[in-house]
Design a protein around this ligand. Structure first.
Ligand SMILES: [Zn+2]
Length: 492
């Protein structure tokens, strides 16, 4: 297993699949290896991983192929692409990447890195499609750095920066700048703390211990000497920034004249929670800077013109777009066509697709069989595909509520001992629904006694099913809702 970089969407699944695929050796670079090991600690029931750290210059022999690596620009150190050498040409996987550039001209380092493909026969390319729909070149991280450096140096009061813990390069640059201008850094958010500790441990981030402070030192420092780095720029309920915004954070309270930078994009679907975050912060007098006002965030994925450049540099015989919604894969396929690929030289895959290059590198085909690729549901400690019933019940409970019937039946006569008890949760408010309950009781009584008439002994499962059907039908007619109906029928 070769891992290109340490982002959770690339390493997060390892603990859930590694035992199902027989613990193959894992090859990756230093930082990624440590992040994988760190995560593995949360899964003590698994066997230790067989991780091999590789460096860019290394070559791994695997059967009659050799695997090599190349550096790519992304948002985390040690990101790399993978080259598999075969007798018919190289297979190239970019992993996540963008290009470092100045006004749409890739830097000399990028030119140098991509020159390795120049005189080689590249049989196949699989590349990142995340942002291929966006025009031009992505904002270079150097622009973001320039702006963040300025903000950290010149903001008069306290500065709070919300970003993703995965933006590790940016976090490192911000800590360095804070140290340079004499701001102390408080890190709020577990994933951010862990990631920064790892890069410090590896010597990738060299700053003084004293640059970091604990929450208890906040009040003893002048506001202009404080930088708080916080997770939760997406408005997630339990992350640091949201807790600060809704005043449930233990140590950090918003002050008038605080400046808050949201150094992040809004992940689709999070628009409302991010708005709530901004509303809550600004209500308390904070000034907010976000990406619509200034380049304080850049994505780690290549836009259209960068992608075009990458295709031209690698110039593969066959192409397969990776990473992105199916639509993005199609857009990426069009870019490959614009670079000269023919329709039959491109495969747009689905998850689990098995692609084969045949006839000594003359033909690319998608096989009929699929690799296992179903979703693994993680619910508390339970992991597996068999939880669908649980989730279905939970969805119904959330949308419609539940209606519990408790009836005691005389097993000899089949008649009710007393009027049935009813419990309702999340369905109707019982006190205001006396009519409905009264009618429900009559239906329950009638259904049970009609069913048990002449039945000896009483078949309780059969009775329960009939009660469920009758009550569910009645409740739907009266309320247009389908709560989960749970009958408890006791023979006493
Ligand atoms: Zn990534």
């Amino acid at each position: 297993m070769f891992i290109t970089h340490g982002h959770l969407d690339h390493i997060g699944g390892i603990p859930y699949v590694i035992d199902r695929i027989g613990y193959p050796p894992i090859f990756t670079r230093r930082l990624t290896a440590i992040m994988i090991k760190k995560r593995q600690e949360e899964f003590p029931h698994l066997k230790p991983l067989d991780i091999h750290e590789v460096e860019k210059e290394d070559t791994i022999k695997a059967g009659n192929t050799r695997v090599r690596f190349f550096s790519v620009t992304h948002t985390i150190p040690d990101a790399m692409g993978i080259i598999i050498e075969t007798p018919y040409g190289d297979l190239v996987f970019t992993g996540d990447l963008k290009l470092d550039h100045v006004d749409g001209v890739p830097t000399a380092e990028e030119e140098k890195e991509f020159a390795i493909f120049k005189d080689r026969k590249i049989l196949f390319l699989a590349a990142d499609s995340t942002n291929v729909e966006k025009a031009g070149f992505s904002i270079p991280e150097s622009t973001v750095k320039k702006n963040m450096d300025e903000i950290i140096a010149t903001t008069p009061g306290r500065l709070i920066i919300g970003t993703f813990s995965s933006q590790l390069e940016r976090l490192m640059r911000m800590v360095e700048q804070a140290e340079k201008v004499g701001r102390k850094v408080l890190v709020e958010g577990r994933s951010m703390k862990v990631n920064l500790e790892i890069v410090r441990h590896l010597g990738l981030l060299k700053v003084n211990d004293k640059t970091f402070i604990g929450a208890e030192s906040l009040e003893s420092l002048p506001d202009s000497k404080v930088l708080i780095l916080a997770t939760g720029a997406q408005g997630d309920e339990f992350a640091a920034l949201m807790r600060i915004a809704v005043k449930t954070h233990k140590h950090v309270k918003i002050k008038k004249n605080d400046t808050i930078v949201l150094s992040s994009s809004i992940v689709p679907g999070n628009e409302r929670s991010v708005q709530k975050l901004k509303d809550n912060l600004s209500r308390q007098g904070a000034r907010i800077i976000h990406r619509d006002q200034m380049d304080v965030h850049a994505s780690g994925h290549a836009n259209r013109d960068e992608t075009f450049w990458i295709h031209q540099k690698i110039n593969p015989r066959f192409f397969m777009p990776l990473h992105g919604y199916h639509y993005m894969l199609r857009v990426h396929a069009d870019i490959a066509k614009a670079c000269g690929r023919q329709e039959n030289e491109i495969v747009v895959p689905d998850n689990g697709a098995v692609i084969e290059i045949q006839d000594e590198g003359q033909k690319i085909v998608r096989l009929k069989e699929m690799a296992p690729n179903s979703l693994r549901l993680v619910d508390g400690f339970a992991i597996g595909d068999m939880q669908e019933v649980v989730i279905r019940d939970r969805t119904v409970l959330a949308a419609e509520g539940m209606f519990v019937i408790i009836a005691t039946v005389n097993p000899k006569t089949g008649r009710l001992r007393k009027s049935p008890d009813i419990i309702s949760r999340g369905f109707v408010y019982l006190r205001e629904s006396q009519d409905l309950l009264q009618q429900a009781r009559i239906i329950i009584k009638k259904t049970i006694e009609d069913t048990t008439k002449g039945m000896q002994p009483v078949n309780f499962d059969y009775v329960k099913n009939n009660v469920t059907d009758a009550v569910a039908r009645f409740l739907f007619e009266k309320t247009n809702k389908r709560p989960i109906v749970i009958p408890v029928v006791l023979g006493v």
